[in-house]
Design a protein around this ligand. Structure first.
Ligand code: HEC
Ligand code: HEC
Ligand code: HEC
Ligand code: HEC
Ligand code: HEC
Ligand code: HEC
Ligand code: HEC
Length: 469
């Protein structure tokens, strides 16, 4: 009897399968919605396996979806709290340092991680501008703003199976002030993952995220390790035993004061208790450190190397080498891992660094001001050490050249490490080479621009101060 029932059931399944194969295959509508997990295109990966899977090339093919595997819903709370370690917010410091705080909030550091809202997300949610076209005709990404948040909605047809898959992922954290672009992160419980779609400022459009994101595929499974937030946030509690597990409620977004000035709690407690005190108590002023130690504060994030210590444990003023194995030999014009972040090594290879007592990042950069694009201002910093007339081009082009020192001697370059795959080919970010030197091609380019600006046939573009050679 049992045997009969089983045969009957098997036959029924076989017939149903055949019917589907026969009729299903001929229908032109993608009407049948299947759960994502039932498609052979969908791979669920564990965070610790992600890198291997993606770099091994296992996933070549037309289209696929990568999603994180389900994780157990256990309780997790970071045992170390930010306050205990002196990681205070910029607002706390702003209580007494209003001026520094007011200008600081507009800098890229302050804005390098933000909670999502209409202002912080730079990409458009407007109809007509809110989709990403990929080279894969079966795949669309649509960005939508709703009452309960902002979403990336994925729609992938599987022509083989005649099914259509859709899933929404919520923007939970914005990464990047938007100088070059922004990437976005999403939470699944207390695990943090990167989203497939990023925003590229140069083209003012949605793009596939840089790095291992191939056009025509879908990947929402890339784990975000603590090191990523170590460079892009002030603090977050995390589980050091797992790749991407955080204590969500403890996030202090933005790279703020304490990352350059060190633990602030004793300083704040003291000055609150003695409001008349004018001498600073227990806080690091980077200016009083050696040039090497000064630069190491920046090199926590702007260098290339292997971290030895845990995220959020380096303290300004300490030697960096016990925390990060700096790679100063990297001579790549394009910056090294993870992206950008090789300014220190390049700067240290300049004659300006090696032939004198060294050169500090803060000789040119004021961390409390948004100085983006102020090329004349930066060129003035060169003239703190060099008389402009030592340079033949400067002598020839006069005042105009004095505002462009950095364009000839620190040219911008397309960074091969920050590459974005689009349906029309790849795009690279433009970054400033910090090896100050003589770069004939860039000089030639700038000379042409200077001649054009100086051309008498275009009086509007000919400022009176320019000297025609
Ligand atoms: C309750 C007031 C108060 C708060 C809050 C406060 N400071 Fe200060 N801070 C002072 C005073 C007073 C001085 C000494 C006068 C001065 O240099 O402005 C000072 C000096 C400094 C200096 C210069 C140190 C030196 O040696 O020249 C730095 C840097 C600094 N504070 C950073 C911070 C940071 C970072 C925070 C937040 C973690 C912070 N302060 C919060 C009152 C405060
Ligand atoms: C904790 C990590 C961290 C530290 C420490 C740090 N930076 Fe940054 N810095 C970043 C990140 C991340 C960005 C990218 C910000 C963005 O645009 O999202 C950045 C951006 C910048 C920029 C570009 C700003 C712009 O708008 O053009 C400059 C310049 C800079 N940093 C200089 C410095 C200097 C100088 C120091 C040391 C005094 C320093 N940084 C310390 C992480 C850091
Ligand atoms: C070692 C430090 C470091 C790590 C780790 C790091 N970044 Fe960055 N990131 C930087 C710096 C520095 C910049 C600024 C680039 C520049 O202007 O030189 C930057 C720039 C960016 C930008 C562009 C910001 C802008 O305004 O244009 C994005 C987006 C970004 N990072 C995302 C990420 C993500 C996502 C991760 C982790 C998966 C990550 N970064 C890991 C240091 C880091
Ligand atoms: C990216 C690193 C960085 C960040 C972030 C940063 N600072 Fe500074 N700060 C410096 C450096 C470097 C100096 C020394 C610069 C100098 O004096 O030329 C300095 C100097 C200071 C001084 C003493 C000189 C002065 O300007 O009065 C104070 C006070 C100060 N910072 C407060 C703050 C506060 C408050 C914040 C946050 C709102 C902050 N800093 C954020 C790097 C930083
Ligand atoms: C802290 C002082 C200092 C600053 C700031 C500085 N330099 Fe230099 N620079 C030097 C010294 C020292 C040398 C080596 C001696 C020399 O050749 O005069 C040098 C050498 C050079 C050279 C010759 C490089 C070579 O490879 O032969 C150039 C070009 C140059 N600097 C341009 C600049 C420009 C452009 C800036 C601004 C972006 C700048 N420097 C900022 C100190 C400085
Ligand atoms: C001699 C002057 C000078 C020194 C010293 C210097 N920078 Fe810069 N830096 C510049 C200029 C000029 C730019 C381009 C600014 C712009 O386009 O807005 C720049 C841009 C940057 C950027 C933005 C990314 C980009 O490529 O546009 C970062 C990050 C940065 N510097 C970090 C550093 C760090 C870290 C140090 C120390 C290791 C340092 N800089 C030392 C002149 C300098
Ligand atoms: C149009 C491009 C251009 C501009 C603008 C420019 N330089 Fe130069 N500079 C050059 C070139 C090219 C050389 C190499 C000349 C040679 O060796 O024949 C040079 C050489 C130098 C040297 C090395 C001189 C020596 O004899 O060792 C210094 C220092 C220097 N420049 C500084 C500056 C400073 C400071 C400014 C801004 C006031 C500036 N340059 C503006 C292109 C430029």
């Amino acid at each position: 009897m049992k045997w009969l029932i089983l045969t009957f059931i098997s036959l029924a399944i076989l017939v149903a399968g055949l019917c589907f194969w026969y009729f299903g295959d001929r229908s032109s509508e993608y009407a049948r919605k299947a759960p994502l997990s039932s498609s052979p295109l969908v791979n669920r990966v564990r965070p610790e396996e992600w890198a291997e899977l993606v770099t091994s090339g296992t996933l070549r093919g037309e289209s696929w979806v990568l999603l994180p595997t389900e994780q157990p819903d256990t309780d997790f709370q970071s045992t170390v709290r930010a306050e205990n370690r002196g990681f205070l917010t910029a607002e706390t410091c702003g209580e007494c340092h209003q001026q520094n705080h007011q200008t600081f909030v507009h800098t890229a550091h302050a804005r390098t991680s933000m909670l999502p809202d209409r202002e912080s997300i730079l990409g458009s949610f407007q109809e007509g501008h809110n989709t990403l076209v990929t080279g894969n005709p079966n795949l669309t990404f649509r960005m939508t703003a709703r009452d309960d948040g902002f979403y990336q909605s994925v729609r992938l047809r599987d022509p083989g199976l005649q099914t259509e898959f859709t899933q929404d992922f919520r923007f939970d954290l914005v990464l990047g002030s938007g100088n070059h672009g922004q990437s976005y992160l999403w939470w699944e419980k207390d695990r943090l993952y990167q989203m497939h779609i990023s925003y590229l400022t140069e083209s003012n459009s949605w793009v596939n995220s840089p790095g291992p994101y191939t056009d025509g595929t879908v990947d929402y499974s890339r784990p975000v390790p603590s090191r990523c937030l170590d460079c892009h946030a002030t603090w977050i509690g995390f589980d050091s035993k797992e790749v991407n597990r955080f204590d969500r409620s403890t996030l202090i977004p933005g790279v703020t004061c304490v990352r350059c000035h060190g633990s602030g709690h004793e300083h704040v407690a003291w000055h609150r208790k003695f409001p008349a005190a004018t001498e600073a108590h227990r806080i690091v002023n980077p200016k009083t450190l050696s040039i090497e130690r000064q630069n190491e504060i920046c090199a926590q994030c702007h260098s290339s190397g292997e971290p030895i210590g845990n995220a959020f444990t380096y303290r300004p003023g300490e030697p960096l080498r016990s925390w990060l194995e700096l790679d100063l030999k990297t001579n790549s014009e394009s910056n090294a891992d993870p992206h950008s972040a090789n300014q220190l090594a390049r700067l240290m290879q300049s004659r300006c660094y090696t032939a004198g007592p060294g050169l500090s990042c803060i000789a040119c950069h004021d961390p409390h001001q948004d100085q983006r694009g102020q090329i004349a201002e930066f060129s003035q910093r060169c003239q703190d050490c060099h008389k402009s007339d030592v340079c033949p081009d400067s002598r020839k082009y006069g005042e105009l050249a004095k505002e462009r020192c950095v364009d000839c001697h620190m040219p911008t370059r397309r960074d091969q490490q920050v590459s974005i795959d689009t349906d029309k080919g790849s795009v690279q970010a433009l970054l400033r080479d910090h090896q100050i030197g003589i770069w004939p091609d860039s000089a030639e380019q700038v000379r042409r621009e200077l001649l054009k600006t100086n051309s008498p046939s275009d009086p509007a573009a000919n400022p009176a101060k320019g000297e025609v050679p």
